[in-house]
Design a protein around this ligand. Sequence first.
Ligand SMILES: C[S@@+](CC[C@H](N)C(=O)[O-])C[C@H]1O[C@@H](n2cnc3c(N)ncnc32)[C@H](O)[C@@H]1O
Length: 505
Amino acid sequence: MVRQEKEKGTNLLRWFREQHGTLDTSSMGIVNFLGHGRGAIALKDIPEDYTIFSLPRDLTLSTRTSTLPTLMDKGWKEHGLHEGWVGLILCMMWEESRGPESKWSGYLAALPEKFDTPMFWPEDDLKELQGTAVVDKIGRADAERDYREKLIPAVKSRPDLFPEDKLERYFSLERYHLNGSRILSRSFHVEKWKGDHTEDQGADGTEDDGGDDIGMDVDPQEPPADTEQGGDAAEEVEEVQLEDDEESGDEDREDPADVAMVPMADMLNARFESENAKLFYEERELKMVTTKPIKAGEQIWNTYGDPPNSDLLRRYGHVDVVPLRPPLSGMGNPEDVVEVRADLVVSAVSKKVKHSLQERVDWWLEEAEDDVFILRTDCELPEELVSFERLLLLSEDEWTKTSKKSKLPKPKVDPDVLTVAIDVLRARLKEYPSSIEEDEKLLSAGKVESLSLNKKHAVIVRLGEKRILQGTLKQLRAQVAASAGSTKKRGRDEEKSRQGKKARK
Ligand SMILES: C[S@@+](CC[C@H](N)C(=O)[O-])C[C@H]1O[C@@H](n2cnc3c(N)ncnc32)[C@H](O)[C@@H]1O
């Protein structure tokens, strides 16, 4: 197995050079890192701002560079292949089916054939993720609908491009999911060079729309004026990634033609805040450039935008476990989040008030558009959640005034807000199948070794989320105690002053 992987790596390097990629083999090697699969290693000290490898833009594999969309002509759009990821998946399947005739044969042969992502988990393992932000986002059903309704009819319509004897091997549902996962875990966002207006407009001659924003981002080295720039780009990608669902691509955020497989760049692993290299684009080529000095023997890390473990697991099949920052302690992912649905808040408030909440909820959805609140490892109550609670708690008179103003209530915390928030978070904790203590036990030395990789990942994801809930609850209870303390003190002060006044009389 290890020898096979090594061979794959050597073949990839050879192919890369044959296709006019340049790689400084005295600086970077590809090796297996325990638990990370293959990755890039510095073979000598590398200074900052050093180009480790570069590749021509046409070596990236996308619906812009594959000839399939042009060959399919009008059929490309007629079958809806210009929207979402299905077009790129089909290009990858088709290129693979062409064997050595495909320009990317050496690259495709080096891609993984197996994934540890929940998309491929058995039902029993998926149950372990109950309550986490993973479950509803796997998107298997949507992906399979695209396969049945777009890809299969497209393939059947062109036996000249997709011969019958290749269908089972290269165009099966299994290969479809595999290629979808390759895109999910390895693709980059590569925009057209905006300065060059002579480039193709894509198969149909128009700008495409639709598709998920995915993958790692590429920074323009010398950004044209109208191109979004910078080291923050990965963060932007991450935000929209929270809602994507694999392969279906119906969230219409980025031009699907910008989604590209980038040979060699996708050999780099990533770990929380460890980035020391990043991909930049220029007019004709993409370059992997160091962003820090790297010592010989160290891993060369890209960034995947430091997503929470729920997203890391769903997209890449691994999790980050590093020291947490106060108020949390122990190990986990500092970028973890917990999603709290608005209906939990509605249900908690409805136990405390008599007025109807439906009109307020509808108004909120119209004005704020947020029906999920995000808690982070700082364990602060999100302002939107506070504002939503206050809206639901308003008296009828206050609500009448607020509804006319089209202005959300100020996120001011008061004792009622605190008690509702506590009820909400306690209800949220109950959505997981196990307690914090049980999970900690499962991950303890002596026990963790007997967990399967899937189960271990599931426990790490759900425990990370539960710790945020627990930490936030702790802060809320401290605030309740402090406000009760200050109310008592105020009461005592008022009593004293009353008695003082009486004595003076
Ligand atoms: C862009 S590829 C990197 C190359 C990949 N390791 C390979 O062998 O081809 C992303 C995949 O690498 C693995 N990976 C990346 N960073 C990792 C990490 N910090 N821990 C474990 N696996 C990691 C995951 O399997 C992920 O889906």
